[in-house]
Design a protein around this ligand. Sequence first.
Ligand SMILES: C[C@H](OP(=O)(O)O)C(=O)O
Ligand SMILES: [Mg+2]
Length: 286
Amino acid sequence: MSTIGFEELINKYTTVLFDCDGVLWRGNELIPGSKEFIDHLRKHNKRLIFVTNNASQSREQYRTKFQKFGLDVSTDEIYGSAYAATVYLKYKLKSKKAFVIGMSGLEHELDTEGIEHIGGTSEEYNKLTTDIDFKGIKDSIDPSVDTVLCGMDLMLNYSKLSHAFSYLENKNVNFVLTNDDSTFPQSAGIFPGSGSLSAPLILASGRTPTVVGKPNKEMLDCILDKNHLNNEETLMIGDRLNTDIKFGQEGGLDTLLVLSGVSKREDIEKENIYPKYILNSLDDLN
Ligand SMILES: C[C@H](OP(=O)(O)O)C(=O)O
Ligand SMILES: [Mg+2]
């Protein structure tokens, strides 16, 4: 494990895969040096691909987020777990309708692929109430729902979990997570991630979901569907050992861990995941 300098990086790699939360930004706060580094790579005609497990936004919404930071990124350079999960439902599961625990970004991606969805941000599932109509939940089961899809949901509540659980009682209904990150970084610190939000369903249903996001191959498959990667010339940069660095290693890519997000230096030995390179942040490359 070593550091790496900008010159060495641009001479060695033609393509850079970037994780987003904890590498480029924390919530809505850009991490110092990330914009400058991306601008430098653009000037050296490098291919950039952005790979985020954060399913709260669609590719289009991420393009707008990049623009707000003064970064010109096209949607086909962005691979979010909302998009990857939608592709998985559409082309692998041939899903027609999903019960969603998630936000508008995930719903937007499902809409682009013509997959119907209930739950999510719709009013009837987002009322915070202790007056639960338990019989109504069982009676409301829609037989055309073929998948329960869980992603980041800031409006998670008992009623939504009970609806999702009721669908999962039918073993023919697929169970898919956009990602299972236990936490995720905001500028104010670390908070519960999608993996921690879907844990109650896994415990209650006794079912094991398919997880699409990093480090799983479904995310890499989604990228490789549209991009040929020359492994020797591709670098994966991430802040989380058990998703980003593991994703890069299992994809045969060199990896760079930045300490600006979730994982800390002492986690490397604890998790026995050793990146090829380590830096404090992307600013070390400017
Ligand atoms: C969910 C979020 O996604 P990332 O952009 O880091 O993959 C995170 O876990 O930090
Ligand atoms: Mg991250």
